[in-house]
Design a protein around this ligand. Structure first.
Ligand code: 13P
Length: 341
């Protein structure tokens, strides 16, 4: 049986508010092919969520990979993993609803233990985060005494607790270059580790972890995605080394965003990263032609408006990011070091 959830009721005299909300959503989402009736179907939710978040003192932070209804309908701050971690420490609100995956929300909690961090639908199944445990890192350190451990942000708190410094795709290269040693343990993204070794000339001890979304991109798939010779290609650091070698630019979604801001009318760009980011760019920079990557991260797509509304109305234990205090304290060093770059 299919249960269709009823849209939340808004008071009768809220007709004008509803109409304004439909128009607000349509002005953004039409760039992605949404029509007015699609906006009418989500407006009661976005209206109610936006009111609730204000009444209850929440800020909604969303990663750029979230769906467009979240990014343009309810989020207060949208960004890459580094920007979101930084912003979370800067905002005065003591309550954050985080639309993203678990390891990102955990990083926010590690930095802000006093804040309540809610996630609408837990995305615990990141192939990178699942590939390694804190115990694995302890063993790696025993096998390589004195070698610093850089962990990618896509890791659970117990792994961060055993690492010297955490990084994101935005600052990985800078951090690896800044370390005063020729050999570095980089966990758990093997593609990124190999890419960093080429870029920095350092010896990188890697771990066999990968992002299932970026690792699935092969040269053949890439060729099929490019429709025009003039298209500039920009690959996320998590892509395979052969992809990185064949594209024009490499970086994280923060770098890609800055690239979009500088692009001019008629430029064609293919960002090799999750499709949600490309949808965000299509709305924000309508003069630029963005090719679709068709790369989907299922863990990121767990959150939706219904789960968000439920979490704000009546959060369950599962919505709350709760960390063992000893692990949190030990992970703090690596995550706070990350913010310096
Ligand atoms: P950035 O937000 O750092 O670009 O990367 C997001 C991510 O987790 C990719 O898997």
């Amino acid at each position: 049986m299919v249960v269709i959830e009823e849209a939340p009721k808004v008071a009768e005299d809220d007709d004008t508010l509803l109409e304004q909300e439909v128009n607000r959503l349509y002005s953004k989402l039409k760039k992605l092919g949404w029509d007015k009736s699609a906006c009418e179907s989500i407006a009661p939710y976005t209206l109610k969520i936006n009111k609730l978040k204000r009444d209850k003192g929440f800020k909604i932070l969303a990663h750029s990979y979230q769906t467009a209804d979240i990014v343009f309908g309810i989020a207060d701050i949208v960004g890459d993993s580094l920007a979101l971690a930084k912003k979370a420490t800067e905002i005065k609100e003591k309550r954050i609803l985080f639309c993203g995956v678990d390891f990102m929300a955990e990083s926010v909690k590690i930095l802000n233990p006093e804040k309540l961090i809610l996630v609408p639908e837990r995305g615990r199944d990141c192939t990178l985060a699942d590939s390694i445990t804190g115990e694995d890192v302890v063993k790696l350190k025993e096998e390589n005494p004195g070698v610093p451990v850089v962990c990618y942000v896509n890791t659970n708190a117990d792994v961060k607790a055993e690492s010297d410094i955490c990084c994101t795709s935005a600052n990985a290269k800078k951090i690896v270059e800044s370390l005063d040693t020729d050999t570095i343990i980089f966990i758990p993204d093997e593609n990124m580790g190999k890419n960093l070794a080429k870029m920095t000339g350092k010896k990188i001890i890697t771990w066999p972890g990968y992002c299932r979304t970026h690792n699935a991109l092969t040269i053949k798939r890439l060729e099929n995605l490019i429709s025009d010779d003039k298209t500039k290609t920009f690959a996320h650091f998590e892509c395979r080394p052969e992809i990185i070698e064949s594209v024009d630019y490499t970086g994280g979604t923060g770098d890609m965003h800055r690239y979009s801001a500088k692009a001019t009318k008629g430029d064609k760009v293919l960002f090799l990263t999750e499709q949600g980011f490309i949808d965000r760019m299509k709305v924000e920079y309508p003069d630029v032609e963005f090719e679709d990557s068709k790369m989907i991260c299922v863990s990121m797509k767990r959150n939706d408006l219904i789960a968000t509304l439920k979490a704000l109305e009546n959060p369950t234990d599962d919505n709350v990011i709760d960390l063992d205090e000893d692990i949190r304290k030990r992970a703090y060093k690596a995550v706070s070091n990350m913010l310096k770059y």
